[in-house]
Design a protein around this ligand. Structure first.
Ligand SMILES: C[C@@H]1O[C@@H](O)[C@@H](O)[C@H](O)[C@@H]1O
Length: 775
């Protein structure tokens, strides 16, 4: 086998490589300007954002800075709350969940208005840059219009002819000097005439100062402290022509090329923003445009070029991205390129919406065009922020998990106050929502606000970075966070009178409710399944970490003892599905968008087809009843579940569900989902977790490593079986994996690690020990 096998691999490898050589450039493109925000092109460099619509008469460009938040740190804890616990717990033990819920609504929520305004605050747009054009011949036709976003370079562009002149524009938020840059050019001299206006719906003063626009303002804080301050500066450099101004609007006349530089910043975390804004602008202006663009592309490609995916040959006609979405939905199997484009777009959005040392992507990544962003553009902790991070490890963008660890680190001290105030417990806790100010209190309503899985769930993301990187230094750094979270759950668990199990009380399964025997509905309960799964996983991880770090042996023993007394990770209900609650309550909404009790299947590995077949079957029952609709994030989560259940065709069906074109922007909790023409995902409205969840889902169909071995093609759909190749994806244990397949069978693979070692790999249904090759 050895000699023959070796030869077989080389042969198939070369054949496979030649089959995939012609990878096309990865881009979104359109043959008309964007007519609404959901058609603009998202650019970002992890801090700044820019979304041009590419209009020929007017180009409206939404501007963002990921740190721009209203609100301020606050203490909305009700320090009397824990005194209500005994009564709430008595009512729950007697099955009077509705009465307990009323008491929770009275005493066990946050003080003040919570997420309904400041000081909780909101992620806000930075403003709008508007370019208004004058043309010699006002009535000339625009022809050959093309607008595109290159995922290979993170550069957007637009070009068109008008009146015999070819106009071109390029836009990028530089990964080089951290400013946003726009280049405009005409192929005939002196044809560029336009004004440059920088504005914001509120709290903004724009002045023109020696050919530079300066916009400043301060956001509301809701406390006695002043709110966040910001500054944005716009400078233009011309080839030919002249630069003047009309009041606080810059005016370009008869130029051939114009380079617009936008530098912006806030005083987030006490930053010296004015100095930073000036320094970055000066540095960028020192470079010539080509050098700046080259530096930008080099920095960006360091992350983007780590992974390539090819899912076989497409038979679909080439077309603009918005038309491609339409045809894909009608005939998904023809266009093998769109799943690749959407996957790489997800990686692009990760790289553009977060940066080491700053903030993780919020509900809209960093792209927002309003003052009051839906759900405050915050960090929802009951799936949304976690989903935003799910693609980064497997898609070889591991460092982009570090901003989340930094945000969570900032929640520990406030979380300790909340743990004391509400549970008189040790450690730290957070509930359903947080912001950039370290909010950890329960939300303002019992129906959704007292879920306490949020902080434990975040610990799963933090642990995942260790599982993939095996970075011991990082583990030592996050250990106090995980230990503090385990201390909270360990000290607030109480013995359940009926079962003797250690349970969380009060709690709720995220945003879901059930019928009580008296026909009333309630959300408040004891030990919803997700709590039991998260605590079980967290205790296990803390015990492992304490061994690896040689710390807290006694505490680890305590956790090990409590682990034995926790409710099981799953229970099967009368209807054969997995129970969402400790009791087999009747659901109020069988198609509810949250499927929190399947946390054990994904992202955790408490439920697997191999290890817990009955529970896996029960999960299928639950998913069948839940259906395939919902906000994009919910459909993406179901795709991930079916991938973990190794049903590639079902996962692919959900992918086609996600890819349905939409233009809806109304806030909608139920059925909906869809993808906008710019490939951003819809709740509706725009919510980026659908993008990230689907990107993680596509990876999960191709490679898995959560069940103690690496598995190649665990959930490949028939549509992708013919042939394919993946390079540079990651597996837990810090392995990099390349592989290719033909007719659904892996024909070549390479497992790379820093030091050669042996690893268990499941290939074509067989688990074998594979020697890795050195990186
Ligand atoms: C941001 C919001 O977060 C939760 O409330 C979800 O249930 C909603 O669908 C939405 O995603």
């Amino acid at each position: 086998m050895k000699r023959h096998g070796y030869l077989f691999i080389i042969f198939s490898l070369s054949a496979t490589i030649s089959a995939f050589a012609q990878n096309k450039p990865l881009k979104l493109w359109y043959d008309k300007p964007g007519n609404r925000w959901e058609e603009t092109l998202p650019l970002g460099n992890g801090r700044l954002g820019m979304m041009p619509d590419g209009g020929t008469n007017e180009d409206n460009i939404t501007l963002n800075d990921i740190t721009l938040w209203s609100g301020a740190p606050q203490d909305a804890n009700n320090y009397e709350a824990y005194k209500s616990l005994p009564e709430i717990r008595r009512l729950l033990a007697e099955g009077k969940n509705d009465e307990a819920q009323a008491l929770v609504d009275k005493n066990f929520i946050c003080k003040g208005i919570g997420s309904g305004g400041v000081p909780f605050g909101c992620y806000q747009t930075l403003g709008n840059l508007q370019l208004k054009f004058n043309y010699a011949d006002a009535n000339a036709q625009v022809t050959n219009y093309k607008r595109e976003l290159s995922l290979d370079n993170a550069v957007a562009s637009a070009s068109f002819q008008r009146g015999g002149v070819t106009y071109k524009r390029e836009y990028f938020t530089s990964f080089g000097s951290d400013v946003s840059i726009i280049k405009l050019s005409a192929d005939k001299p002196g044809q560029l005439n336009f004004s440059i206006d920088l504005s914001r719906p509120e709290r903004a003063t724009t002045i023109e100062n020696k050919g530079c626009l300066e916009m400043t303002g301060q956001l509301p804080s809701g406390t006695s402290a002043g709110g966040m301050q910001y500054l944005a500066k716009v400078k233009a450099r011309l080839t030919g022509g002249s630069l003047g101004h009309d009041g606080n609007v810059l005016v370009v006349k008869n130029a051939t090329e114009v380079f617009i530089y936008l530098s912006a910043g806030t005083d987030f975390r006490g930053a010296d923003f004015k100095k930073n804004v000036d320094a970055k602008l000066a540095a960028a202006l020192k470079n010539n445009y080509a050098a700046e663009k080259a530096a930008h592309i080099t920095q960006y490609q360091k992350l983007f070029k780590r992974v390539s995916v090819d899912l076989g040959t497409s038979t679909a006609p080439d077309g603009t991205t918005d038309k491609r979405l339409l045809t894909f939905h009608q005939n998904p199997n023809a266009d093998k390129g769109l799943p690749v484009l959407f996957y790489q777009f997800g990686r692009y959005l990760s790289i553009c919406s977060t940066r080491v040392g700053l903030l993780p992507p919020n509900l809209q990544g960093l792209w927002a065009n309003q003052i009051q962003t839906p759900w405050n553009g915050d960090y929802h902790l009951d799936v949304n922020i976690q989903m935003n991070q799910w693609p980064v490890e497997v898609s070889n963008l591991s460092e982009l998990n570090l901003p989340l660890a930094q945000l969570v680190k900032g929640m520990v001290e406030p979380g300790k106050r909340t743990a004391k105030a509400y549970y008189n417990a040790d450690g730290w806790v957070a509930h359903v929502i947080t912001n950039v100010w370290g909010f950890t209190e329960p939300g303002e309503s019992a129906s959704w606000g007292v879920t306490k899985a949020g902080s434990g769930w975040l610990c799963n993301n933090l642990w995942d970075h260790y599982a993939f990187s095996e970075d011991k230094k990082y583990l030592a750094d996050i250990y106090p966070i995980l230990k503090g979270s385990a201390q909270f759950y360990s000290s607030m668990l109480v013995k359940d009178a009926k079962t003797g199990w250690l349970v969380t009380s009060p709690s709720s399964s995220p945003e879901n409710s059930f019928y009580l025997p008296n026909g009333k509905t309630a959300s408040i309960c004891v030990a919803p399944t997700i709590d039991n799964q998260i605590i079980r996983e967290l205790f296990g991880n803390v015990i492992t970490a304490s061994k690896l770090l040689g710390k807290d042996g006694d505490f680890a023993k305590t956790l090990a003892a409590k682990l034995k007394l926790l409710p099981p990770a799953g229970q099967i209900g009368k209807d054969g599905s997995l129970m969402e609650w400790l009791e087999d309550y009747k659901q109020t909404d069988l198609q509810h968008r949250h499927v929190s009790h399947l946390y054990g299947l994904y992202p955790a590995s408490l439920i697997t087809p191999e290890g817990t077949p009955e529970w896996a079957e029960a999960c299928k029952k639950t998913l069948e009843a839940r259906g395939d609709d919902g906000p994009s994030w919910s459909i993406a989560y179901k795709l991930l579940f079916w991938a973990r259940l190794h049903d590639g065709n079902r996962a692919y069906k959900l992918f086609t569900e996600i890819m349905k074109p939409t233009t809806r922007t109304d806030i909608n909790y139920g059925a909906g989902g869809g993808i906008y023409p710019n490939l951003l995902s819809a709740g509706p409205p725009f919510q980026i977790d659908g993008n990230f969840g689907t990107t993680a889902g596509i990876a999960e169909m191709l490679i898995q490593s959560h069940a103690g071995f690496i598995e190649l093609l665990p959930a490949v759909p028939d549509s992708w079986k013919a042939s394919g190749q993946v390079k540079g994806v990651k597996a837990r244990g810090n392995y990099t994996v390349n592989f290719s397949w033909l007719n659904g069978r892996v024909v070549s693979y390479k497992i790379i690690s820093s030091l050669p070692r042996k690893v268990k790999v499941k290939i074509n249904g067989q688990v074998k020990l594979v020697r890795t090759v050195k990186a």
